[in-house]
Design a protein around this ligand. Structure first.
Ligand code: XUL
Ligand code: MN
Length: 346
């Protein structure tokens, strides 16, 4: 077992969402960024994640000088609050320019827009003093497979990644795979795809991954194995822990809410591989249930971290020697029961 090390936690302003979904309006009052930052501090989290327009709202309609000024003002606000910026991610799925995709759009003007917007995102990240940019490739896939070529799309993606790496010599790009939603099929559905694409770029050392539990489950994979796989390549640079009940819309449920054993295995993989020893954060990409009342608004974040820390205790107290004996004897029936009884607190 690894030596003692502690974990640092983060979440994004979108994780204090107001309850709107495609079928109905908000169920909680719209809150300001300052309120969300105050909640993060109150909960004792260490860092905040950002989309570029969480940091600088409406940035497409602002000059470079305005963007710089607002990013610097935000940095001061974060410093005053004692909160770090973990990462910044370009929100490439809202603009009319990205209706048919961002880096892989069939339209050259849309592809150019996506790259320019991403360069602005990188500049914001650096002004917030983080070298990490997360890329969730929301619309880089298809509604209709015949509308694009996968091989050409991979080439476009590598061109875009190369432009980002060339724009800033320090930026590190963490790709967040997801197999579907909003698209029918995405081009980077798994950690394996992200690691493979990283190796085609001009500087593979600076391209890695974010594993999101719900996204892995939507791809039919085990999130703990996705963690292990990324870490076998030294590529797990952030994490979006949450949960998901089978193959339906992306639920972003509290960590462990649906499958406690799956959550235990994720924490175990992180602990065994010493995740966080390079300064990486454990982020929870979780949302309140739509039915949540304003007075319970932050419970899903507090609960996700609480579950993580309780499971960490379970990981540390797991009788590894007894497990190894059962493994050597190929008695997986007993190993299965041993895990269940450990989790049930026999
Ligand atoms: C979408 C998702 C995003 C990314 C950040 O499913 O998880 O919130 O984490 O862009
Ligand atoms: Mn996410």
């Amino acid at each position: 077992m690894p030596k003692e090390h502690s974990f640092k936690f983060s979440f994004g302003p979108w994780n204090l969402s107001e309850g709107a979904d495609p079928y109905g309006p908000p169920t909680r009052p719209i809150q300001t960024f300052d309120w969300k930052l105050a909640q993060l501090k109150k909960l004792g989290y260490d860092a905040m994640m950002f989309h570029d327009d969480d940091a600088v709202p409406d940035l497409d309609n602002k000059s470079a000088a305005q963007v710089r000024g607002e990013a610097k003002a935000l940095k001061k606000k974060l410093d005053d609050a004692g909160v770090a910026a973990e990462m910044v991610a370009p929100r490439l799925w809202f603009s009319p320019m990205t209706i048919d995709g961002a880096y892989t759009s069939n339209c050259p003007k849309a592809r150019a827009y996506a790259i320019e917007r991403t360069k602005r995102c990188i500049d914001i990240a650096r002004l917030l003093d983080t070298e990490l940019m997360v890329l969730w490739l929301a619309r880089d896939g298809t509604y209709l497979r015949e509308s694009k070529s996968c091989k050409r799309s991979v080439e476009y993606l590598v061109e875009a990644l190369d432009a980002m790496l060339g724009h800033d010599k320090k930026i590190r790009i963490a790709i967040e795979p997801k197999p579907n939603e909003p698209m029918d099929h995405a081009y980077i559905p798994t950690i394996g795809h992200a690691v493979a694409v990283a190796h085609l770029t001009r500087d593979p050392k600076r391209v890695g991954c974010v594993m999101e539990s719900a996204h892995s489950i939507l791809a039919g994979l085990d999130p703990a194995d996705e963690i292990d796989f990324a870490m076998a390549f030294g590529k797990l640079w952030s994490l979006h822990l949450n949960d998901q009940n089978g193959l339906k819309f992306d639920q972003d449920k509290p960590f462990g809410s649906n499958n406690l054993r799956g959550a235990f295995n994720q924490v175990r993989a992180l602990w065994r591989n010493r995740y966080g020893s390079g300064g990486e954060y454990v982020a929870f990409d979780v949302h309140p249930f739509r039915s949540t009342k304003p007075e319970h608004w932050t419970a899903h974040l507090d609960n996700s971290r609480r579950t993580f820390l309780r499971l960490l205790e379970k990981v540390k107290s797991f009788d590894e020697a007894a497990a190894q004996k059962l493994i050597a004897d190929r008695d997986y029936q007993a190993l299965d029961q041993m895990v269940l009884e450990h989790l049930m607190g026999k």
